[in-house]
Design a protein. Structure first.
Length: 503
């Protein structure tokens, strides 16, 4: 079967980086091709060349055997190639209908928008994918998962031959992922082709027909999904075998004293009567469905959001945390799930980010920053956390997702925390950086720090944690120790099917 799309020797470089180097591959009609590789492998840049966002420096590509030369995303769209980016392009202040048909609204003779027709077209598209949404609803009222699906519908509404999806499931719940995959399979049956960029290798085997691997800007190979294993893909992606993804636990249950305790934490309509303890060196997981209240609980403990009732004890003494600075002063760190929006100063340098929580430690008696001392400390942490960057004066926004995440961890480790909350610690992070992050978490625990990990990735929780608490609708419904870990048991607690209070 001939290729619908094929590339020959595509290359693209940026200052100091060869992003894509002589890449050739093909995509057939009605095929779902998964594209995998570490952050910085060149996946997004390659796709941006195919959809007109970037211009190739050399090489060529063909659609239906006709050579393409795009000067804009609009050219690519007209030719039948559409891309949904990681960063959503929706406008929050306008309606679902206006977003989906932006710049393509049905208009009358005097250029007035035909609102009834616009909403009717939108309703038809939403019904086609079983979405019960009001076309007139403002996008800002939608949860992140629905926005992601809407972004995909916007791309589908152009009826492209090829739809490129860049990490489309990073903000979706398990149920929303199932719905999205059903949408993709239905469109595949209609003849649409897909290129699907993902870090979640499980999704490759759930959805794709073929999988293509890139490393360091180069093409490594393409395989039928049923003829390759996850371990083989990982080895191709990172250039080495990762045999010990999660590291090994040194913590033994009940071997150390409980030194941190949260008692009867409640916040109206968010979480209720939550109590748990943490031992030194323990890695405690918080599992639950999206919206269960896990992140909100951590934010309240850290003093970002208010609580209605509850108390915190550290080292046997009750402490009052009214704001994040009080938490930091007590040695409590919280690493947000939203590293770009809330966790890092993207327009500032690595240098500035890594010292942000501990500025006072780098000032002299006159309150002036001692730059030599800062440079020494930052360079040490960049090396310790294997942050790949040409310089500590590099802006944070120029780093890959994995290196941004490692930078956020390095930043918070500067306070030498007694307790650390990690919220979705490997979201949007490639498999190589993921393994490094797990090993850093293990190192931190071995030094006696208690760690709480909030994650929607059950294999991650099972792989790294010593104990898992499960939250359903703002309440703890289950506690699972390492000997009893199973996805089925955790999901039963998370869905409210099972409740430890019933026993």
């Amino acid at each position: 079967m001939k290729y619908l799309l094929r590339t020959e020797g595509l290359s693209k470089s940026f200052p100091g980086v060869q992003a894509v180097d002589q890449v050739s591959f093909g995509l057939r009609q009605g095929e779902i091709l998964a594209l995998v590789g570490e952050n910085g492998a060149g996946k997004s840049t390659l796709m941006q060349m195919l959809c007109g966002v970037q211009r190739p420096e050399s090489g060529s590509f063909y659609l239906d055997d006709q050579e393409m030369n795009f000067f804009s995303a609009h050219d690519a769209l007209n030719a039948g190639i559409s891309m949904v980016f990681q960063e959503l392009s929706l406008v929050n202040g306008i309606s679902i209908a206006e977003n989906i048909f932006a710049n393509r609204q049905p208009v009358g003779r005097v250029n007035n928008i035909k609102w009834r027709e616009l909403r009717s077209q939108t309703r038809q598209l939403l019904h086609r994918f079983n979405l019960e949404l009001d076309p007139a609803m403002l996008v800002k009222r939608l949860p992140m998962g629905k926005k992601q699906v809407l972004e995909i519908l916007k791309a589908i509404s152009n009826d492209p031959k090829i739809l490129i999806l860049d990490e489309p499931t990073s903000s979706l719940t398990e149920a929303e992922i199932i719905d999205l995959f059903n949408i993709i399979r239905n469109l595949q049956m209609e003849g649409m082709s897909f290129i699907f960029i993902t870090h979640k290798l499980r999704e490759v085997f759930q959805l794709a027909d073929q999988v293509m691997v890139m490393r360091d800007g180069r093409y490594v190979g393409t395989h039928k999904v049923d003829q390759v294993t996850e371990d083989e893909l990982v080895a191709m992606m990172v250039g080495r075998e990762i045999t010990d993804m999660y590291g090994s636990a040194s913590y033994e249950e009940d071997s150390r004293e409980e030194y941190f305790r949260v008692d009867r934490f409640s916040r109206k309509d968010v979480f209720k009567d939550i109590s748990f303890g943490l031992q030194r060196g323990e890695i405690l997981g918080l599992a639950g469905l999206v919206g269960a209240g896990r992140t909100e609980l951590a934010r309240s403990i850290f003093g970002i959001d208010p609580k209605d009732t509850g108390k915190i004890s550290l080292d046997g003494a009750e402490i009052e945390i009214r704001n994040p600075q009080k938490a930091i002063d007590q040695g409590i760190a919280y690493l947000t799930e939203d590293r770009k929006g809330q966790g890092l100063f993207l327009n500032m340098t690595i240098f500035e980010n890594l010292i942000a929580p501990v500025l006072k430690e780098f000032t002299n008696r006159f309150g002036i920053l001692v730059r030599k001392q800062i440079s020494s400390d930052v360079n040490h942490r960049v090396e310790e956390f294997n942050i790949i960057t040409p310089s500590i004066t590099q802006k944070m926004l120029n780093l890959s997702g994995g290196n941004q995440q490692k930078s956020m961890i390095a930043m918070w480790m500067g306070i030498n925390p007694k307790v650390t909350f990690f919220d979705e610690p490997t979201r949007g992070v490639d498999v190589g950086a993921r393994s490094e992050i797990y090993h850093k978490i293990r190192e931190l625990a071995e030094k006696g720090t208690g760690i709480v990990i909030i994650s929607s990735d059950l294999p991650e929780l099972i792989g790294i944690c010593d104990r898992i608490l499960v939250i359903h609708q703002g309440q703890i419904t289950g506690e699972v120790t390492r000997n009893d870990f199973s996805e089925e048991l955790i999901m039963a607690y998370a869905a409210g099917i099972k409740n430890h209070k019933q026993h």
